[in-house]
Design a protein around this ligand. Structure first.
Ligand code: M6R
Length: 613
């Protein structure tokens, strides 16, 4: 959630830090800071101007040292302590000779702070992070070098960290360590870099390595040495980065969200590419599960958060109907606390565009302890989850910068449905002809998405008609229910309007009490056996004065009489329809947010990657 950048061996270190921080802004942040070693001391600048902090830093850094040997920078999203300048990173030790930035949470920071204060240390901030600077200062007093001091400090720390440390005593050295929170290092002939995210480094180098848990990196100009926390050398695996920097930029659209919604057809096509062979066989070569293991699966459990959870709900219908495997879908942050029943015939699937969401990562770790097979559906190659799972199924949506997920959700749904068909193929639960039809339907989604996206002007007109509304209910049934949940999530996160998603049949068990004139009900009624029942639910809210918007499949003339507004989408296979049906709901949320003058790419209080529990 916070962003990190660091460099040693570049004369323009400050520019590299500020450019890198700008590229990390999409993660969401409330303050930012840099520290540079040069002219024999550490220079520190911090700003807490919300999303303008990096711009403020640029203005503050004329006083930076002329000779810049190394530097570290950070964008912070507050977890402990207010989002103010004092709490912004980098943090210094008492002497001002050690500077650190940190992502994650130090769980035992209170007890550590108490003992440090008792020893005479003065802690300036309310953060959990600052204790690390003083712990390292304390170990340096034992006469060891910075690398050893970091190791010794980490030995007493509990929690998650991507930690980066500099000292004016060893000016061209940066020491970094990782546990749970991601950290990438890169190197060129002259300089070495590190960052929390790949895009921050792509214009500097493509020689990248993702640190693994409990690894420590020693960066000097042009060299990186990686060890475990005990100091044993490890041979890192280079990261393969297929994205270019251009792909992380807006490409002519007003904002990342528009660009990324428009990329959905390609995201889906790329996710399917090369995974269906000439004979109709489904090839998921990184799953790392034998056909025998796939046939032995007795239960699937999907663990995920937010939009990825909704993709998991869509997949449940496919796993059960096509592969006939009982499937549970859990909100990852709840999963391990319910004592789930798992064994070596359970397939646990983590779904996460970032592959770094800590709740999902921890749910997967819990599942591993109980002996389940782990597969992750991730959009980020070599993400933490990808490295920990037995197998991976990468979505190939490309980098998603907008905080609101769009193209990655479409790609997740398609990847999961392909996996369901693969299971059906291996287990023989579908006729060959039926399976072939579903594969054809999957292949057609690219074109259907393009048609749905091209109708954006019609959605903008509906949004105009709803501009004064402030209460929205999204209803769906069967596979339309997760679509309704995702439509409500998109609307609330982007427009800050009240929005709830419900199964249509549940309405009369409570929520209908709040339906009155002024409420907007958005009903997903694109087909399937429950379309009639969905339309009955619509009649119930219409009778109570709600304004009704219906998402309907092309050719469905009947809905017009029930609706104030109709959003038409091309029809498709019932279980695949969420991939298409969500498009007008994304666009509706987008236009309502724009109408309210809001920043669609960076909604308030939210971050792109949630690496705290
Ligand atoms: O990176 P993940 O897919 O694991 O993220 C999970 C959620 O935080 C995420 O899906 C979030 O709900 C969406 N960005 C909202 O649009």
């Amino acid at each position: 959630m916070c962003g990190i950048i660091g460099v040693t061996g570049a004369a323009d270190a400050l520019d590299i830090l500020l450019d890198g921080l700008e590229r990390l802004e999409y993660r969401g942040y409330d303050s930012a800071g840099v520290a540079l070693v040069g002219d024999g001391a550490i220079f520190q600048a911090r700003a807490a101007e919300g999303t303008h902090s990096v711009a403020s830093l640029r203005a503050m850094t004329q006083l930076a040292p002329v000779t810049q040997v190394a530097g570290i920078g950070h964008t912070r999203w507050a977890t402990h302590g207010q989002p103010n300048e004092t709490n912004a990173h980098p943090h210094l030790d008492c002497s001002g000779a050690v500077a650190i930035v940190h992502n994650g949470i130090i769980e035992n920071h209170l007890e550590l702070a108490e003992s440090l204060v008792a020893q005479g240390h003065v802690l300036a901030s309310e953060t959990d992070t600052e204790v690390l600077a003083h712990l390292i200062e304390d170990r340096l007093r034992d006469g060891v070098d910075l690398e050893e001091a970091v190791r010794r400090a980490l030995a007493v720390v509990r929690g998650a960290f991507a930690l980066v440390v500099m000292s004016s005593a060893e000016p061209d050295l940066i020491v970094a360590a990782r546990r749970i929170s991601p950290l990438i290092v890169g190197v060129t002939e002259q300089a070495s870099f590190l960052a929390s995210d790949i895009p921050a480094l792509l214009d500097r180098t493509r020689d990248l390595i993702a640190l693994e848990d409990d690894q420590l990196a020693v960066l000097r100009p042009g060299s990186v040495v990686i060890t475990d926390l005990e100091g044993v050398l490890v041979t890192p695996t280079p990261l393969i980065v297929e994205w270019d920097l251009e792909a992380t930029q807006r490409g002519g659209y007003d904002d990342f969200m528009s660009k990324e919604m428009a990329e959905q057809p390609r995201a889906v096509a790329d996710t399917l590419r090369g995974r269906i062979d000439a004979t109709g066989g489904i090839v998921l070569d990184q799953l790392d599960l034998t056909d025998e293991q796939l046939r032995a699966i007795s239960k699937i459990v999907v663990v995920a958060c937010g939009s990825s959870y909704h993709a998991g709900l869509v997949a449940k219908y496919a796993f059960e109907r096509w592969a006939r495997i009982p499937t549970e879908v859990d909100i990852a942050s709840e999963f391990r606390y319910r004592d789930p029943v798992l064994d070596d015939t359970t397939l646990v699937i983590g779904v996460s565009q970032s592959g770094e969401t800590v709740d999902t990562l921890q749910a997967m770790r819990h599942a591993r302890e109980d002996g389940a097979h782990l597969v992750v559906v991730s959009n980020v190659v070599d993400s933490s989850m990808a490295r920990e799972a037995d197998g991976v199924l990468y979505t190939r949506a490309g980098p998603e910068v907008c905080v609101a997920s769009t193209k990655t959700v479409a790609a997740q749904m398609v990847a999961l449905e392909l996996l369901a068909l693969h299971l059906a193929q291996v287990r023989g639960t579908l006729e060959d002809a039926t399976l072939a039809e579903h594969l054809v339907a999957l292949g057609e989604l690219e074109g259907l998405l393009t048609i749905a996206l091209d109708r954006g002007d019609a959605v903008a007109a509906v949004a105009e008609g709803l501009a004064d509304a402030s209460d929205f209910f999204f209803l769906g049934r069967h596979a339309g229910f997760p679509t309704a949940l995702e439509g409500a999530l998109k609307l609330k996160e982007l427009s800050y309007l009240h929005a709830e998603g419900y199964p249509g049949g549940e309405l009369k068990h409570g929520p209908i009490a709040v339906i009155e004139p002024g409420c907007v009900v958005v009903a997903v009624a694109t087909g399937g056996p429950l379309r009639e029942k969905m339309l009955s639910n619509v009649s119930e809210v219409k009778a109570r004065g709600a304004t009704v918007v219906i998402v309907a499949a092309d050719g469905d003339e009947e809905v017009a009489s029930l609706a104030d507004f109709v959003l038409m989408v091309p029809g498709t296979d019932e279980l695949l329809s969420p991939v298409v049906d969500i498009v007008p709901l994304q666009q509706l949320a987008y236009h309502l947010a724009r109408h309210r003058g809001l920043d669609v790419d960076r909604p308030r209080n939210l971050a792109k990657t949630v690496t705290v529990e």
